[in-house]
Ligand binder design. Structure first.
Ligand SMILES: Cc1cc2nc3c(=O)[nH]c(=O)nc-3n(C[C@H](O)[C@H](O)[C@H](O)COP(=O)(O)O)c2cc1C
Length: 188
């Protein structure tokens, strides 16, 4: 049995409405996962009425309440084998791409990198659908809006994809496949 058998998956959620619903659906299917919310994520989950979806996952939920991001200590203790950040806002992507670690989620990413724990990141606002410069994003109360990702957002995603032990995925199918591959690899 590998050392990974007692470790868990850390799933961080940021303040994105885009693909929040779909990310929570994948989270629901994963065993042995803890959830970490940015301050904006805690608000957005309320706004979209997804609190019950989070509760339905039965996961332990850590909120961003401390200046030093106390929960990241668990990465030093080797509690997690993988960090998933989905959905990741353009704000969090930008901060991570430039090495900031001033919030719970950006700190999780920094400490995961420093302890060589692989990260899988879905950058929500950055990849336009094929043949289009815009994406359709879910707003609160089931409204759909057209969003045009900015060049700086696209550039930041590319920059982040070059970081050590980091995999940036472009859609939900790739997110699911990447998590499944990682879980399979650590179980073998
Ligand atoms: C209703 C609502 C939906 C939002 N959806 C997105 C989104 O899809 N993508 C994004 O990058 N930011 C989105 N935001 C803005 C972020 O929540 C905001 O930039 C916040 O500062 C991000 O903080 P965080 O990256 O620490 O979670 C949304 C804000 C609101 C109020």
């Amino acid at each position: 049995m590998s050392n990974y058998s007692k470790q868990r998956l850390a799933w961080a959620i940021t303040g994105s409405g885009h693909y929040l619903r779909e990310s929570l659906e994948i989270l629901q299917t994963i065993e042995d996962a803890d959830v970490f919310l940015s301050r904006a994520a805690a608000e957005i989950i309320q706004q979209y009425g997804f609190q019950s979806k989070i509760e339905a996952t039965g996961r332990k939920v850590y909120q961003d309440k401390t200046a030093s991001s106390v929960p990241v200590e668990m990465f030093y203790e080797g509690k997690y084998h993988t960090l998933v950040i989905a959905p990741a806002t353009s704000n969090t992507i930008a901060k991570m791409a430039y090495g900031f670690s001033d919030s719970l989620v950006t700190n999780l990413y920094a400490q995961a990198g420093k302890t060589r724990v692989p990260s899988i990141i879905f950058a929500c606002d950055t990849v336009p659908e094929e043949g289009s410069s815009s994406i359709i994003s879910e707003a609160p109360r089931d409204n759909m809006v057209k969003v045009y990702p900015r060049q700086i957002d696209l550039d930041n995603v590319k920059k982040l994809a070059q970081f050590e032990v980091t995999q940036v995925v472009e859609n939900m199918a790739a997110l699911q496949a990447s998590i499944e591959a990682r879980l399979k690899a650590i179980k073998s």
